[in-house]
Design a protein around this ligand. Structure first.
Ligand code: AMP
Length: 369
């Protein structure tokens, strides 16, 4: 059998393993939690992701190591490489994604537009940056933020001091102009060892409280030009890193332009719909790519709407009774704000899909999606 090691054992690791199994690939995972959700579909090593010894233990028997979380310390992937493992995607892409300044600088160097931004490391710098960028603006930690954590919106001058007090003393920061976007999109792309690049159709993402709630695939009214623009940005990044595996770019659409918000060097929540809605899922293509195998078609096979279950799950019977509704439970203990599952609704006809989504929403507790 082929064995693959995934650093991280959350739901992304679990869905990677679920895609790997039919291909005869056994997955081992490394996660700090004894009840990591990937434990039921992989061989779990319990250990810190920054612990190179634990990583070597998890990777024993695998030639290739990948990761499902961009917070994996680069020191871990480097040490694995130095010990002879092949790590895909590349550590350089992982590192760039961990620092919002490096990330935006890389985008800019590749002619990928971004919001105006400035590094901030003191209260005085924050005032200067506000003077340069204007308001509204968003102050974020350079590193370690996720799901809207580590962010403060500055609408007026009065918000500057509180924003600094909330974030500044602890970390290096970035100030970004707040983009008045039409909507949020993402592009998911995959690159093989041979440099074959494929992209899934652009999707629309709806967030609430900084957390992804719903993904609509494909996004409505996407012109060929806009898709080509996003494809070009993805290809530029993938080729720049000689990347292998799945990469996601979160985008703001403003008219006919796209601004890159951030990239994730991994499979992504906005790609969960590909399990039922595309010829090949993001998870299967990531496994294929990192193992050096040919990629599958990324064509959309069924228009889909993915709804995250945040903090609570519906009773399975209520979802499974709805035609075209696909339930995914991650086996995680529900807690407020925690992603514990998702439902993907498919339907070829727009009216049918919309009716099914309404049916699903009607049985989801109000705070879930
Ligand atoms: P992030 O952690 O950068 O993905 O930000 C989480 C969410 O905050 C995004 O999905 C947007 O909804 C919003 N957001 C982040 N940065 C900006 C920005 N520069 N302008 C407008 N909205 C933003």
């Amino acid at each position: 059998v082929t064995q693959l090691t995934v650093l991280g054992g959350g739901q992304l690791g679990r869905m990677l393993a679920l895609a790997a199994i039919p291909l005869g690939v056994d997955v081992t995972t490394l996660d700090p939690s004894t009840d990591a959700t990937a434990r039921t579909v992989s061989r779990l090593t319990v250990g810190d992701l920054g612990d190179a010894t634990a990583a070597r233990t998890a990777a024993t028997g695998s030639a290739i190591v990948t990761f499902e979380w961009e917070g994996v310390p680069a020191s871990t992937t480097r040490e694995l490489e130095e010990s002879g493992w092949i790590v895909r995607p590349p550590t350089t892409a992982l590192e760039v994604s961990q620092d919002r300044i490096t990330e935006k600088t890389t985008f800019t160097a590749l002619d990928i537009p971004v919001a105006l931004f400035a590094p901030v490391s003191s209260r005085a710098e924050l005032f200067n940056a506000i003077a340069a960028l204007g308001t509204p603006a968003i102050l974020k930690t350079r590193r370690g933020g996720y799901d809207g954590k580590g962010q403060a919106v500055i609408e007026t001058e009065a918000d500057v001091d509180p924003a600094w007090d909330a974030l500044g003393p602890a970390a290096s920061l970035i100030l970004e102009a707040k983009v008045a976007f039409d909507r949020e999109l993402s592009i998911i792309a995959v690159r093989s060892v041979d440099g074959d690049v494929r992209t899934w159709p652009l999707v629309e993402n709806q967030h609430r409280g900084g957390i992804l709630r719903t993904t609509v695939a494909p996004a409505a009214a996407i012109t060929t030009e806009l898709q080509a623009l996003a494809d070009g940005y993805a290809r530029a990044l993938l080729d720049h890193f000689s990347y292998v595996g799945v990469l996601t770019i979160e985008l703001f659409q403003v008219g006919n332009t796209l601004l890159a918000n951030e990239m994730a060097p991994r499979v992504h929540n906005s790609g969960h719909w590909t399990i039922e809605g595309a010829a090949t899922s993001q998870f299967e293509n990531h496994v294929r790519a990192v193992l050096g195998w040919p990629l599958g078609s990324t064509d959309l096979t069924a228009p889909s709407v993915m709804i995250n279950c945040i903090g609570a799950l519906p009773a399975p019977e209520t979802i499974l009774a709805i035609p075209g509704a696909h339930l995914h439970r991650y086996g995680k203990t529900p807690r407020p704000g925690r992603k514990v599952g998702h439902v993907t609704v498919t339907g070829t006809e727009a009216a049918t899909l919309a009716a099914r989504v309404d049916q699903v929403r009607a049985v989801l507790p109000a705070d879930i999606g």
